[in-house]
Design a binder for this molecule. Structure first.
Ligand code: NAD
Length: 298
């Protein structure tokens, strides 16, 4: 496996050894057809989960399922709009008829809804604002509610992993409804975790930083520029998010609930990126210069 700190390493789709951490569980991944959701679906299957890839994109969902099956995993695609009660019902009913109760839910899906949601505050309209929140908060509420009711009725434990964003904590220009929704994801995570704890249904969230996906800027200079602002010096891959999701979905985190974790190469830990740091930034390439400076002073 690539070492994560090896700058020459390919951080694309790593080989999946699998430790069986999710063996025996059934996971439904919303937006599992593409990018981060796809990475989570592949990694969960490699860890032994039966995976339901729930998405509106039929061809991409089938491709992800075929990929999992070809690697020896068990998966099914469910094509439905998950932001409504009826859509969530359809997805869970299909999942249950194939695999039984869903005990792990990853709320990863997100929809841009309308290009006008990504602009200056003064040009937003109430209509765009309301529709953006209806869809994206619906994607959070309906699958979670459907899953929790089924588990509570059956007296079974479960886990929910919500995919938030660094946008929940820090503003992105021209992303006001997006940032608001992601702040909502964090608050929902804490509130529902506390509420469902008596049923042993754990709810946590991941805040990805900048992850390379199909929509990322393909310009290598733009990518290099973004990577240089991240302490671990690269953008994330879908699998970087997926491995943290495995932890939260597995019994390894059985005493963890209501938590939000940054998975961002250290981005949120720094007060400012290296380019705007007050003093020098030491790396393996220039650390000897520091020693030389000390010697000169001595
Ligand atoms: N890409 C990043 O750098 C990044 C950074 C931080 C957070 N995130 C978060 O990670 C998650 C995944 O991001 P991504 O870049 O992989 O997104 P993406 O847009 O590539 O994929 C989202 C998936 O959700 C599906 N989807 C949308 N609306 C749906 C609906 N109503 N019902 C069912 N499926 C629906 C889409 O078809 C798509 O396959 C999102 O929640 C996003 O906010 C991404």
């Amino acid at each position: 496996m690539n070492h994560p700190l090896d700058p020459e390493a390919e951080h694309t789709e790593r080989p999946s050894p699998g430790y069986g951490l999710l063996r025996g569980s059934t996971a439904l991944v919303t937006g599992g057809a593409r990018n981060i959701g796809r990475g989570i679906a592949l990694r969960f299957a490699a860890e032994g989960a039966r995976v339901v890839v729930a998405d509106t994109a039929a061809d991409a969902a089938d491709a992800t399922v075929n990929h999992i099956r070809a690697a020896g995993g068990d998966a099914v695609a469910v094509v439905t709009d998950l932001c409504t009660e009826a859509g969530a019902e359809e997805a869970f009913a299909a999942a249950e008829s194939r695999f039984g109760l869903v005990d792990t839910l990853v709320n990863n899906a997100y929809a841009r809804v309308d290009a006008r949601a990504f602009g200056p505050f003064l040009r937003l309209t109430g209509e765009v604002w309301e529709e953006f929140h209806r869809v994206n908060l619906g994607l959070l509420f309906h699958p979670t509610h459907r899953m929790a009711r089924a588990l509570a009725d059956a007296g079974r434990p479960g886990t929910v992993v919500n995919i938030s964003s660094h946008a929940a904590a820090r503003a992105h220009r021209n992303h006001i409804p997006y940032d608001t929704v992601k702040g909502g994801v964090d608050a929902f995570t804490r509130a529902v975790a506390v509420d469902l704890a008596p049923w042993n249904i754990r709810v946590n969230a991941l805040r990805p930083g900048s992850v390379e996906v199909d929509a990322s800027d393909p310009d290598p200079r733009a990518r290099q520029f973004r990577a240089a602002q991240i302490p671990l010096n690269r953008e994330g891959t879908p699998d970087d998010i997926a491995t943290s999701a495995v932890y939260l979905a597995s019994p390894l985190s059985q005493w963890v609930t209501g938590q939000v974790f940054n998975v961002d190469g250290g981005m949120a830990a720094q007060a400012r990126p290296p380019q705007t740091e007050n003093g020098p930034v030491w790396t393996p390439r220039n650390i000897d210069d520091y020693d030389a400076t000390l010697e000169r002073r001595a």
